[in-house]
Write a new protein. Structure first.
Length: 249
């Protein structure tokens, strides 16, 4: 017999996806919409998310889009408000937006350090701040934070990036422990095809990372992991998922 919990998990959810203009965010929006979820895409490149949302609609899914800058609390709150106005609730937030301008610390690329802190960490916090009151009022919700395998190890050129991803794991675990009705999942991708490499301004580091990307997996693999986590019965919290290429060490 199908339980109420199982039925609830199987129903289409209202899902917000940040950084939805490419890579993991785009793949997640498409995958979840194909699975019957209602998706709101957020990113700075409005022209791009408008095209993606239109393609989802043409494929029979339900999607909207909203300009979003995760470094602005006002922008993130407006993103959440747009979802409530459109769908009446928020079931899932996928905090996906991120940047990865790797460099050696001795290069003192302070503006890039600040960019990683602002997008990778502060952006996640702003997402939580925008949806948590809504989810608490609903007495249900699911926050999925995208970290990285760099949340578990540190490599040269990645010290600040790793620091932000370690922090995402820490705040996710704190959020999980503070709530009994909000689910929290950390998804940590390994080498995944995306535009993150394009943001590395150090040409030597960018070249080295591009060589490693021969092992990279498709962003759809991460989207499927997110889909798995949010599809579980409401009394099941998939707390952490690490998804990496088989060949990655």
């Amino acid at each position: 017999m199908t339980t109420d919990l199982t039925r609830s998990a199987a129903q289409g959810k209202v899902v917000l996806v940040t950084g939805a203009s490419s890579g993991i965010g785009e793949a997640t929006a498409r995958h979840l919409a194909a699975g019957g979820h209602r998706v709101l895409l957020g990113a700075r490149r409005v022209d791009r998310i408008a095209v993606i949302a239109k393609e989802i609609l043409h494929a029979g899914g339900e999607a909207g889009f909203q300009e979003l800058d995760v470094t602005s609390l006002d922008s993130v709150q407006a993103f959440a408000a747009a979802a409530v106005n459109r769908y009446g609730r928020i079931d899932v937030l996928v905090n996906n937006a991120g940047v990865m301008p790797l460099s050696m610390l001795e290069e003192l690329r302070v503006s890039e350090w600040n960019q990683m802190i602002d997008v990778n960490l502060r952006g996640v916090l702003y997402g939580i701040a925008a949806v948590l009151p809504i989810m608490k009022k609903q007495k249900a919700g699911h926050i999925v934070n995208i970290a990285s395998t760099s949340a578990y190890r540190v490599d040269p050129t990645a010290a600040v990036y790793c620091a932000t991803k370690f922090a995402v794991r820490a705040l996710s675990e704190g959020l999980r422990q503070e709530n009994t009705d909000i689910r929290v999942t950390v998804v940590s991708p390994g080498l995944t095809r995306s535009e993150l490499v394009d943001g590395i301004s150090s040409l030597q580091v960018q070249a080295a990372v591009r060589q490693m990307m021969d092992q990279a997996i498709a962003p759809e693999a991460i989207a499927q992991a997110i889909g798995f986590a949010i599809s579980q019965p409401v009394d099941v919290d998939v707390s952490e998922l690490i998804v990496r290429p088989t060949a990655q060490r």
